[in-house]
Write a protein that binds this ligand. Sequence first.
Ligand SMILES: NC(=O)c1ccc[n+]([C@@H]2O[C@H](COP(=O)([O-])OP(=O)(O)OC[C@H]3O[C@@H](n4cnc5c(N)ncnc54)[C@H](OP(=O)(O)O)[C@@H]3O)[C@@H](O)[C@H]2O)c1
Length: 327
Amino acid sequence: MIDRNRKVKWGILGCGKIAHKFANDLLLNDNSELVACVSRDVEKSTAFAEKYNIRFSFDSYEDFARCDEIDVVYIATPNSYHKEHSLLCLRNKKAVLCEKPLATNKADVEEMIKVAQENKVFFMEAMWTSCLPNIISINNTIQKGIIGELIHITADFGFKTGYDPKSRLFDPNLGGGSLLDIGIYPLYISLLLLGKPKSIRVSMRYCETGVDTSCSALLSYENGATAALFSSFETVTDIKCEIYGTEGKIVIPGRFHEQNEYLLSKQGFSEQLIKSEKVGLGYYHEIEHINECLYRGEVESFIMPFRMSLDLIEIMDEMRFKSEKFS
Ligand SMILES: NC(=O)c1ccc[n+]([C@@H]2O[C@H](COP(=O)([O-])OP(=O)(O)OC[C@H]3O[C@@H](n4cnc5c(N)ncnc54)[C@H](OP(=O)(O)O)[C@@H]3O)[C@@H](O)[C@H]2O)c1
């Protein structure tokens, strides 16, 4: 448990693209202090430290993980390294916020959770969407039954990018593929609102490296509800989410996973625009949540619990295993 009278001391492991965005939001949070960063490249870690006024910079992940000044580490490395880097920090008794997806298969996620539990340290998947006030408000509206029983969800996340077999998006050794990279957001919304599906039908398109470049799935639930999910590196989509209930609907406009507003319409009535708070790029809210968990002495998030991460990876494993192949 961290004393509420002091700031939570954060470290960032891996100084890539998302690390910069996260650092900017950390600096907006009054209860956080960014005390350390690490890159395998000393020039990169020094430049990162200078840019964000960070006291300790390292060029060895191992030395960083041993640093006593750090309470919690944000892991911002490619998907296939999340397990190795999380275990390194957890075994050094650091709380960990690890980028999504937690790992590239369920067995690895189970092992990561086990190590966190054995070491009695906080561990959470950085599904930042889960902490956004907009998503929390939508979930509350649905739980109250305002749009009735849910019967269908559509959610998509697509952008067009050139094929580069060496990039983390396309390299299987870095955990590439549209499903793991962005398809996880549509899947998260369906899991949050409808739970685990009873059955899954899925089609994927693949590139030469063997990872999926597009993924289309239809999830079916016990009550007959369905979710149509799509992710792609091959086409630009609206990145929108539509949630249909027996009494109304909710539309989260594009980019749904980071939105601060949604449209609510009850059948027969006009649309109502509901706005929520969003600070910085939105990572602020997961940072605030983790600080609160650490102040309370929690080892598991009450917003993004282990069960959610296990369900996400289990479904993504099944989707990749079951997919019909088109390339
Ligand atoms: N939450 C979000 O909105 C969001 C958005 C984008 C990405 N992500 C997630 O964040 C993670 C990183 O994505 P990114 O776009 O920031 O990637 P990136 O720019 O490629 O940065 C990844 C960093 O990982 C480190 N790394 C360690 N071992 C590596 C290896 N063998 N090959 C390449 N890099 C290695 C590198 O840091 P050093 O060289 O400094 O050691 C590199 O800068 C991914 O898991 C991704 O899914 C999340």
